[in-house]
Design a protein around this ligand. Sequence first.
Ligand code: PNW
Length: 465
Amino acid sequence: MTATGERSFPEGFWWGVATSAYQIEGAWDEDGKGPSIWDTYAHVPGNIRNGDTGDVGNDHYHRYREDVALMSSLGAGAYRFSISWPRIFPEGTGRPNEKGLGFYDRLLVELLAAGIEPFATLYHWDLPEALQVAHGGWQSMNTVHAFADYAGFVASRFSDRVRHFFTLNEFHSFVDMGHRGVRAEVGGGKTVRLALAPGLELSDADLNQVRHHSVLAHGLATRAIRERARAGTKVGFAENIGTAVPIIDTPEHVSAAEAATRDLNAAYMTVMLEGAYPDSYLAEAGSAAPRFTDEELETISTPLDFVGINVYRPSAYVEPSEDSRGYRTLPVSASHPTMGSSWHLLDPAVMYWAPRLTTSLWDPESIFITENGCAAADVPAADGRVYDTDRVMFLRACLTELQRSVAGGAPVDGYFHWSAQDNLEWGDGFGTRFGLVYVDFRTLERTPKLSADWFRHAAQRNAVV
Ligand code: PNW
């Protein structure tokens, strides 16, 4: 028991689970909801494995009561979910759809009755299709302003019950993977290509401008939320931080990792938290650099109440170097282990380094781990249980590293496991399972996995178990 006591988290630490609207809600055209770019993308054969779509998804739109009860049984004290923009504004702008708002009202009633704190994400990739068609989506400032208006409106409606808002989820993912496609290194010089809706192939200049629009949308939304929400409402973003993991924990190696992490996040976290694009980013982009004003940089770097980071894998391993950058990126071993997703290079130490480097680089007031989790094979055994020993290993290793980071001074106030239940894993479909709860997608029956037991004990004891 003493070992457990030594690995506990600070009092008041939030233990939560996370999902997103398109991945679980279903009801894609119900109650006046407009189509999103994900509805359009998923309906094109070949874009999602096995022809899966989010049309029905987990049917969470109708089963949210059961799902909140499941979260309670997992010991979750917090729930990070996303609000579907086209449920609230079917065309992206205009008159709000009361029926769409009604769904989130009912969900909030249920969560608060269960004693689960709601954390709402305003954009988890389901852009109203109308904005893509009319303006080219995030290529246009029209979309940026529409997002800020939507964010302010949602905050005005829900901030009496929601105390924490995340503006956008994973800039790097939806911008770069949605507008170009990204190659992720998986060891031995091999890479996998990752793509998301709307599945565009933009030029460097156009891609850099979309990046700039995404962070500007975050800044304008932050201001709109502050203007229209109840006093005391907290705002931040949730970014899939690119983490450079050092090989050795010495000041020289850590400086190299800091420099590399700052570069990896140049167009997103770095500009949002520093108010300027690094010179190296602008120099490398050359004539394709984004066009921006000083006033925009000020908006983009509006001070935040917290920083959310999604932590899955190291983006790079680095060591110090004599060149002007100060670091060298190392090749990844061909035998480096991966988890259930093709891109998921395994290294629990990233859960130590991501909060530590975020703190030493940007010194935020508060950090949330807004996502962490892994896919696993998850086949129900003859006794009906799902023995996901690999996910238990992953959880225990990651939370051990997170505890070490917090004990070392990183101001992390909560951990959200991705995901509360199996769901549509974007282009990988339903076959790639990230849940603590197994979902049979034929019957939609939900069954907690072995990892759910681990999570419940950890949440109840506020410690690594
Ligand atoms: C995140 N990578 O996506 C998203 O926020 C979730 O919606 C998603 O289901 C979850 O993580 C699992 O994939 C990611 O290449 C996509 O490192 C790609 C990466 C990480 C996260």
